[in-house]
Design a protein around this ligand. Structure first.
Ligand SMILES: [Zn+2]
Length: 376
């Protein structure tokens, strides 16, 4: 992801994103009309032909400013949205607890977010310049683009900043680090982000909490403004900016932590996160800390460094199990940071005991020679 430099010519990209939004709504309208007339799903091929025809009508000629590949991509995305909706209907017929999903809906054009080009319609010029159509846009090349570019996506965030995403086919690379022979299990927590079975602790950055308080205040300020007012717009932009900063801080933290762990360990054992359950138990804070995104980042970095990541079974009682004698302590509550095993009398630090259990449970699945338990 690279940020585009602000420039007057970016107006064209905004215009193209808006066209995408208009066509999206047009597609939804056609899908609905087609269904009400024929009780059948409108195929993307039909839809593509229809839009192509429509672009030839003078009143719709302005749609052509958005590349035809981007329009095809958009039609396919709407179709995927419907396919997911149909699938969820089927799933729910078979199983009442399956997730409920709505069909794609109309969206405000102002809130349209992106368009995607495949092989055609763009050229990457030297270094940090990208040509789309006949216009050349500059972006901040914060790092090298690795692999062969498959698609180019222009995205707009709520603040109106534009970004270019290159999705690339990666060339597999050998592990750029020496194996350390170390491995550990980790327990996720609210006070300590990660507690390792080898006694290490990793904390989420401090500014984070401060920003969350600011966000709460910005939210209150926003709710006090009148709908449609200039103040509402300003308060909204302020809130969006705060969210963006928190997201950046969190992202940087996730990358640094994933890098540090993958450089240090050959094998990592984690719990299988059950985010819905964690949210119910711990509240909103879980999503603020982004455990799920961190795990994704870790997996991504691990493939590059040759680190193995193993998840233990979701129902494994890592917290309640005594890591010394194996006794199950059912009385343990969320507030117990320290507890003493009734069977063997060992006093445990909750998180460290859990990470030891996690490691022990998963170590054999890591394979290789490091099945040996870490001390402690
Ligand atoms: Zn015990």
């Amino acid at each position: 992801m690279y940020k585009l430099y602000r420039a007057k010519r970016n107006a064209r990209l905004h215009h193209q994103i808006n066209i995408g939004g208009v066509i999206h709504n047009h597609c939804i309208a056609l899908h609905r009309r087609y269904y009400s007339m024929y009780k059948k799903h409108l195929s993307p091929l039909h839809l593509k032909a229809h839009i192509a025809k429509r672009k030839k009508i003078p009143t719709y000629a302005w749609w052509s400013a958005l590349g035809s590949q981007a329009i095809q991509d958009l039609i396919e995305r709407v179709d995927k949205g419907y396919q997911r909706f149909f699938q969820s209907l089927k799933d729910r017929k078979a199983n009442k607890t399956a997730r409920k999903m709505g069909p794609p809906t109309f969206r405000k054009v102002r809130k349209a977010k992106s368009f995607t080009l495949k092989q055609a319609g763009w050229t990457l010029l030297d270094g940090h310049r990208l040509r789309i159509g006949s216009t050349i846009y500059k972006f901040a090349k914060s790092r090298e683009i690795a692999g062969t570019i498959k698609t180019v996506t222009i995205k707009r965030d709520p603040l109106g900043d534009l970004y270019v995403y290159f999705s690339c086919r990666m060339v597999p690379q050998p592990a750029p680090r020496a194996m350390t022979g170390k491995s550990a299990g980790f327990d996720f927590g609210l006070t300590t982000y990660l507690t390792g079975s080898d006694g290490t602790e990793r904390h989420a950055p401090q500014p984070f909490k401060q920003d969350l308080r600011r966000i709460a205040k910005a939210n209150r300020d926003l709710s006090r403004t009148r709908a449609g007012s200039h103040n509402r717009q300003r308060a909204q932009a302020h809130l969006d900016r705060l969210h963006k900063r928190v997201a950046h801080v969190r992202q940087a933290f996730h990358w640094d932590l994933a890098q540090a762990l993958c450089q240090h360990y050959d094998g990592i054992v984690l719990e299988t996160l059950h985010l819905q359950g964690m949210k119910a138990l711990w509240g909103r804070k879980v999503s603020d800390l982004g455990f799920g995104t961190f795990v994704q980042t870790l997996h991504y970095v691990a493939t590059k460094t040759g680190t193995r990541v193993h998840h233990i079974d979701r129902w494994f009682p890592s917290t309640r199990l005594c890591s010394v004698c194996g006794h199950l302590n059912d009385a343990i509550t969320l507030r117990d940071r320290v507890w003493t095993c009734a069977a063997c009398g060992t006093t445990h630090k909750r998180d460290h005991n859990a990470s030891t259990n996690i490691y022990r449970e998963g170590a054999s699945s890591l394979g290789g020679s490091h099945v040996r338990l870490s001390p402690g």
